[in-house]
Design a binder for this molecule. Structure first.
Ligand SMILES: Cc1cc2nc3c(=O)[nH]c(=O)nc-3n(C[C@H](O)[C@H](O)[C@H](O)COP(=O)(O)O)c2cc1C
Ligand SMILES: C=C(O[C@@H]1CC(C(=O)O)=C[C@@H](OP(=O)(O)O)[C@H]1O)C(=O)O
Length: 387
């Protein structure tokens, strides 16, 4: 399976083509819209999210509610387009275009590197595509992948572990349904009720001071069979692919699995997970400190993946930059912006993980129809327990 996204942040729409989905997959627009709406919420977002109300339109590859096996085409409208149409389309007056041109790169954005690389004197030609608006398209794709995972008894959840200096407890013992409800009701998508308010206060303070905040998100995946991914070639290692997927989310700068970077300060005996066996479960690990991966393959334990997001680069208390025409220094212009998007990014992280897992599943169990996939996964699970 593969997908491509296209579309500018302030253009008419985002477009996605997903290829290789098995046929006969019940395809729910509601489930995609649900994920899209989760991505729009969260304390700290700016005014743009009040304008958008993301909904997917299915324009190819689905008939009578099921995939046909043909490429699936999805569209998400940008409601903000109506306000930007004039700026985004050519003007008969060249002076108009000159006035609209962006010549002042924002630190922390793709503006300057993209302008130099693609030889743009108007940095709108870079920022329109580098914007995290594109993550709406990736969430739509992840929401499709989740429909495959659901039928294969694999479920996942994501939450905010940290905002700035406020860190939540990881509540791994909470029953799954309760955990999901708790996260979705939290204004910062945090499982730990005791720190929610502290997170919101910190976001409000950063906003008041014209600053921004980052944090850490965590995704857990349960029910993944042993042996997705492979040790035999570098680009087939599933932890490696997930790392790429996470760091490809705008503003994500790092990733870890299980205890992650803590492993550096521990002894081997405190890090590796002992192997055990029972008739009911087959082989299992007594602990899950490595977060469900050994040798680039899943161990059958839950996957624990964390990603760190840097603070939003656009600041109301602007940083210094240099104009590309005059070469004069200036204080970066102030534009509408989120002050913290970690809650939204936790939903993006969940959905990019969903895609990678579904893709790895279809690599291990190639299938033209969803029933073929589900049958193979069920048979394999039996074989694994009996191994
Ligand atoms: C959900 C989400 C929302 C974001 N919103 C903003 C924003 O409002 N303003 C901003 O300057 N950056 C925002 N960003 C981050 C920028 O898109 C990102 O930092 C920029 O494209 C540069 O890419 P890099 O940080 O990966 O190097 C957001 C990121 C995500 C994931
Ligand atoms: C549009 C979204 O996020 C945007 C990501 C973003 C950026 O620079 O990455 C900047 C802001 O956009 P605007 O410049 O239009 O205010 C965010 O609102 C979205 O998440 O759907």
């Amino acid at each position: 399976m593969r997908y491509l996204t296209a579309g500018e942040s302030h253009g008419p729409q985002l477009t996605v083509i997903v290829e290789g989905l098995p046929s006969q997959l019940p395809f729910s627009k509601e489930k995609i819209d649900h994920q899209l709406s989760r991505r729009q919420k969260g304390h700290g977002r700016g005014r743009r999210m009040q304008i958008e109300s993301d909904q997917v339109e299915i324009v190819g590859g689905v008939r009578f509610g099921k995939t046909t096996g043909a490429p699936v085409a999805l569209v998400i409208e940008n409601k903000d387009w109506t306000h930007w149409q004039k700026i985004m389309t050519p003007s008969p007056d060249p002076q108009d275009e000159e006035k609209r041109r962006i010549s002042r790169p924002r630190p922390g954005h793709a503006d300057l590197n993209g302008a130099i690389k693609y030889n743009h004197r108007d940095m709108r030609d870079v920022l329109e595509r580098s914007s995290a608006r594109e993550t709406a398209a990736r969430v739509a794709v992840g929401a499709v992948a989740r429909q495959i995972l659901e039928l294969c008894q694999i479920r996942l959840v994501g939450h905010v572990l940290r905002i700035g200096e406020v860190t939540a407890e990881r509540i791994l013992e909470t029953p799954w349904e309760q955990m999901i409800e708790q996260i979705d009701q939290s204004p910062v998508r945090c499982m730990d009720r005791s720190v929610e308010q502290a997170m919101m206060d910190l976001i409000d303070l950063a906003k008041k001071e014209g600053d921004s905040l980052g944090g850490v998100v965590e995704v857990m995946v349960e029910g993944v069979p042993v042996g997705l991914g492979s040790h035999v070639q570098w680009d087939r290692k599933l932890d490696g692919r997930l790392a790429q997927a996470i760091v490809s989310i705008n503003a994500f700068k790092g990733v870890e699995f299980g205890i992650g970077f803590e492993a550096a300060e521990k002894l081997g005996s405190q890090v590796h997970d002992e192997i055990a066996w029972s008739k009911e479960r087959g082989f299992y690990r007594k602990t899950n400190r490595l977060g469900g991966f050994e040798g680039g393959m899943t161990t059958g334990e839950p996957l624990i993946i964390r990603g760190v997001m840097k603070p939003i680069p656009t600041l109301y208390k602007p940083l210094m930059s240099v104009d590309i025409d005059s070469k004069e220094p200036f204080a970066a212009s102030i534009e509408r912006s989120d002050s913290c998007a970690v809650p939204a990014a936790s939903v993006v992280a969940e959905n990019v993980v969903a895609w990678e897992i579904a893709q790895a599943l279809l690599e291990k169990f190639p299938a033209d129809t969803i029933d073929e996939l589900v049958e193979q996964v069920e048979e394999y699970r039996k074989r694994v327990v009996a191994f």
